[in-house]
Design a protein. Sequence first.
Length: 428
Amino acid sequence: MTDVMGDIEAGEAAVDATNAVDDGLVAELVTRARADGVKLTGEGGLLAELTRRVLESALEGELTDHLGHEPGERAEGGRENYRNGHRSKTVTTEAGPVQIAVPRDRAGTFEPQLVKKRQRRLGGVDEMVLSLSAKGLTHGEISAHLAEVYGTEISKSTISTITDSVMAGMTEWQNRPLDRVYPVVFIDCVNVKVRDGQVANRPVYIALAVTAEGHRDILGLWAGDGGEGAKYWLQVLTEIKNRGADDVLMLVCDGLTGLPDAVNTVWPATIVQTCVVHLLRNSFRYAARQDREKIAKALKPVYTAPTEDAALERFMEFSETWGKKYPAVVRLWESAWAEFVPFLQFDVEIRKIVCTTNAIESVNARIRKAVRARGHFPNDQAALKCVYLAVMSLDPTGAGRKRWTMRWKAALQAFDMAFDGRLTAGRR
């Protein structure tokens, strides 16, 4: 193993990481390690040993910069500070636990930056914990996973401390300035279980906007103290406006009573659109299973009508056919009619975007997956932290952002024409 590690010195003078990696050297290291029976990964493996060597070499370089002279070099006029041996320290890395020798100086003024004093984990481990937490793993499951895969023991309290580190970033994200205008904002809430004396459902309010460039932008997360209500939404929308969102062309929701008044209090010119898919789902709750397909077929001419007058005619036909058997369905559509019909005045590009809250439902599905694994949370802050981590991990590759932009190009042009240039004015 000593002979194998000795070859590492050849790459130390490289200018950048790409040039420092010689394919032939790597292949030789792997071949020798296998021949000597050395594992490639895990504790005591080749990767861990390489990590140790690199860390120790970098720390020695930091100390040289701090002292101003190389090891064994005599300084003119004597030296006020010099090397004073090493101290052993075990650091948890992505290659597993690694024991390194940290150099010290006589005066005790050396502050290493790569592996700081009292630091026991490298940044990659923290990122791994946050990623696993965002995917819905509990603290116990994360601890067990790290022990099984990387051979390193990290307690549940330490994992909680790591995930708590995102709170400052969450506060900054929650208060960031917003764009002046958004073509569409989708709003919804997800219920999470919080233990406050007893376990109860608490709503987490979510506002998702489409930007003027066609990107998805989650405007924020808010923890409520009861059921979803228009009064709380008024506070949320007012906060969004205070952060710079002066205009919203359309707001799509699930038909909450009183919400249109709350929206128009904040943005008087905003059109409030009820999600048609939610209307259909709610209609099916009143219908027998054998009639649901027939009701869906009968309602389709209503929400695909070319004009509001045509939609009203089709709805009257539906009422005559099904009103006696399912009067609750008729009343449901009548009460939601004012918020249902706005999208009928637009062309198909806008219709297919705003007739449903699927854009935010996909986000909700990811959030529900993360919170379901936890069961319940000790407080609202813990619940928000979990939801925030899930939201931040929605599109790690950026592929979703590209799909959104392509899907929204035609709709954005239609919005600009339908709303008399309000969208273009907001871009300036």
